[in-house]
Design a protein around this ligand. Structure first.
Ligand SMILES: Cc1cc2nc3c(=O)[nH]c(=O)nc-3n(C[C@H](O)[C@H](O)[C@H](O)COP(=O)(O)OP(=O)(O)OC[C@H]3O[C@@H](n4cnc5c(N)ncnc54)[C@H](O)[C@@H]3O)c2cc1C
Length: 245
């Protein structure tokens, strides 16, 4: 969306194609998260800006070889996002990714969150605030290690205040229907839960097929489908790329 807005400001004709029936991408989770009002506002502003920018918006439209052939663009910007890493932990197929709780999945009351990075911690906080009991399991020695400074301190304080529990130096070895087996301090133990969620990182969506379909058309890969990061990283990359086209 940011690339489209800046490209329109620079006088280009832009077609924005999105597979879903609405714009917003991953950020649509902010419509549900109780702590993400600011980010929800950012998302809503940018959606409005792109709709008012004169960009031709195609919803429910997957960019593939057929669409590229039909449109014959002068260049392609691929911002197709990322998907959750699913490590080969036995039983992981019976668990859900943290993101699913924002897209309709209803977890049980007592939740084990495997992975205590920002996504795991913030989703745990959201769930705790909406009536669930969450225990976060992190294999490193600190939770929210991918955050820092005042934000991390505030997040940890808020988690403590709301009663989110967590374990560090604890590695999930197996996921079962009613919990997970954890290795901590050289011992294995079972933690019971109604639902096991995981947030173990994101991996770029494969842009290889798009690159092949593009043939000689220049294609630029940006945002989470280049390197999963944060909204600011994706928007900055989009803006900077648009200035060069
Ligand atoms: C649970 C979670 C919480 C997060 N919280 C924060 C946060 O608090 N703050 C923050 O800064 N960042 C956060 N992030 C990261 C942030 O959401 C991403 O960095 C950002 O959304 C990346 O934007 P993007 O446009 O690259 O990808 P996305 O937002 O994922 O958008 C990609 C879009 O491409 C579409 N698409 C895919 N393939 C095709 C195709 N072939 N044709 C057409 N369309 C296609 C998808 O449907 C999607 O709408 C979070 C991420 C997750 C998963």
């Amino acid at each position: 969306m940011q690339a489209a807005i800046t490209l329109r400001q620079r006088g280009h004709k832009v077609i924005l194609a999105e597979t879903e029936d609405r714009l917003g991408g991953t950020l649509n989770f902010t419509d549900k998260d109780v702590d993400k009002e600011d980010l929800r506002n950012v998302k809503n502003v940018i959606v409005r800006e792109v709709m008012e920018s004169g960009t031709c918006i195609l919803l429910k439209s997957r960019v593939d070889a057929t669409l590229i052939k039909e449109i014959q663009p002068d260049c392609i910007v691929a911002a197709i996002g990322a998907h959750p890493v699913v490590p080969p932990i036995p039983g992981i197929e019976s668990a859900h990714h943290a993101f699913d709780v924002y897209t309709g999945f209803l977890p049980g009351k007592n939740i084990l969150m495997i992975g205590g990075g920002l996504v795991g911690c913030e989703t745990a906080l959201h769930l705790q605030k909406t009536g669930y009991n969450v225990l976060v399991v992190e294999m490193l020695d600190r939770i929210a290690k991918d955050s820092y400074g005042m934000y991390r301190e505030a997040l940890l304080l808020e988690m403590e205040k709301c009663g989110v529990s967590y374990l560090v130096n604890a590695t999930c070895k197996e996921i079962c229907e009613d919990g997970a087996i954890i290795a901590q301090n050289g011992a294995l133990r079972k933690l019971e839960a109604d639902t096991v969620l995981y947030a173990l990182g994101m991996r770029p969506n494969d842009s290889h097929q798009l690159k092949q379909a593009a043939g000689n058309i220049p294609i630029y890969v940006i945002g989470d489908c280049l390197t999963p990061g944060k909204v600011g990283d994706a928007m900055k990359a989009a803006y900077e790329l648009a200035l060069t086209l």
